[in-house]
Design a protein around this ligand. Structure first.
Ligand SMILES: [Zn+2]
Ligand SMILES: [Zn+2]
Length: 54
């Protein structure tokens, strides 16, 4: 049995839910994309459908 855990992207504005195995892990938090993990340095969102972060 494989445990798959999902959690919301640690980016506040982000609505994405990511599997911890696929997420970008940074400083103990999980993000849905590099952009989120880096705090949106160039104002780009994660690019996921329906997500308003960035
Ligand atoms: Zn997102
Ligand atoms: Zn984000």
């Amino acid at each position: 049995m494989v445990a798959v855990s999902s959690m919301k992207c640690a980016c506040d504005a982000c609505l994405c839910v990511v599997e911890t195995t696929r997420a970008i892990a940074k400083e103990g938090k999980y993000y849905c994309s590099e952009a989120c993990a880096n705090g949106h340095p160039d104002g780009k969102g994660c690019g996921h459908e329906g997500c308003i972060c960035g």
